[in-house]
Design a protein around this ligand. Sequence first.
Ligand code: ZN
Length: 340
Amino acid sequence: MNINELYPWNFDAWQRIATMKSRFPHAVLLHGRAGIGKIAFAESLAASLLCEAPRVDGLACGQCLSCGWLAQGNHPDFREITPGDKEDKGSKMEEGDEAVEPGGKAKKSHIVVDQIRALSEMVGLSSHRQGSRIVLLHPAETLNLAAANALLKMLEEPPPDTIFILVSHQSQRLLPTIRSRCHKIAMKMPTIEEARNWLTEQGIKDASYCLAQAGGSPLLALEANDAIAQADAEVFTRELIKADKADVFAASAHWGKAGLLTAVNLLQKWIYDVLSARLYGIVRYYPQQVKVLKDISQQIDVRRLLDFQRDLNEARGQASHPLNAELQLEALMLKYTQLF
Ligand SMILES: [Zn+2]
C-alpha cells in the first residue's frame, strides 16, 4: 500500500485536503479519469488519517504502530472494498453490465451487498486505536444496486468515527443520493508536461508516445509500456524468426495496437543482430536466438538490409501518428519478408 507516495500533479488536491483535517467529512468521493493516481492518493489519505504522528506535509509517518499495521495489511480500523468474488443472487444488474466471462466463469466485476453488510460489524465496535475507522471503497461505480443502497443507509446515518473514502473513475454512474452524501474532490489530469516528465523519471524512453497511446493518463501509459515489453516482444519475435514466411498481417495487426514505435524499436534491434550475425558471427539483443539469426543472416542481401535499416529510422521519426501504425507496420513487415 502506498502510504506516502503522492504523484506531483496531485499535490494541490493534497493541500486542499490538509486544510480539512480538523473537521474531516464522514465521506469523501475522489473522482477523475482512470490512471491518474486516485487510488494511491486515497491510500495515502487513509494512512494519514490513521497515523499517530503525521508529518508536517500531512502524509503518514511510516513509523508508528498504525502505519506498521497498514503496511502489513492488517490494520483493525481499516477496510478496503473492491469488486468481490461473484454477483450475489437475486440482485438486479444494470443494463450493459457483464457478470459472466466468455468461459462462463463469474467475473469479479461488482461490489456486492454482503461486502457492505460485513462492514457493520467493524463500524459497530469502538475503534482499536481511539481514532477513526476508515473504509476505502473503489471503484465506487462497481457497487451493484443492492450494495449501493446498503452503503447509502450507512452514509445517511453515519457511524461514529468512521470515514468513507470512495474512489470513482465514472462518478456519473453512482447513485445521485450517494454522490450528494459525499464531499467531492475532483482529481485533475496532469498536464502533458507533468505526465511526460514523470514517465521519463520512471525510465520510459518514449514518454510522449506512450502517453498519447494511453489518452494522457500517465499510470496507464506506464502499465501499457510494461505489458508490451513483457508479453508482446515474444509474439513479434516468433514472426521475425520465420523470415520470408513471416505473417505480415498478423504481426502488423498485433503490433499496430501496441504501438508503432515499440515495434520499430524491436525490428531495429532484430535487424542489427541479423547484420551483426552475418558480418561478425555475434549477436547483441537476442542471444537466445543466435542460431536462428546466423541461419537467416545467410539468406539476406546485405545491400537491401542496409536500405531497410534506413526505412526503419525514417519510420521511427514519423511514429507519432498512431492512426497509421498498422499500415506503416504492414509496409515495413512486407519489406522485411522481401529481404530474404
Ligand atoms: Zn504513522
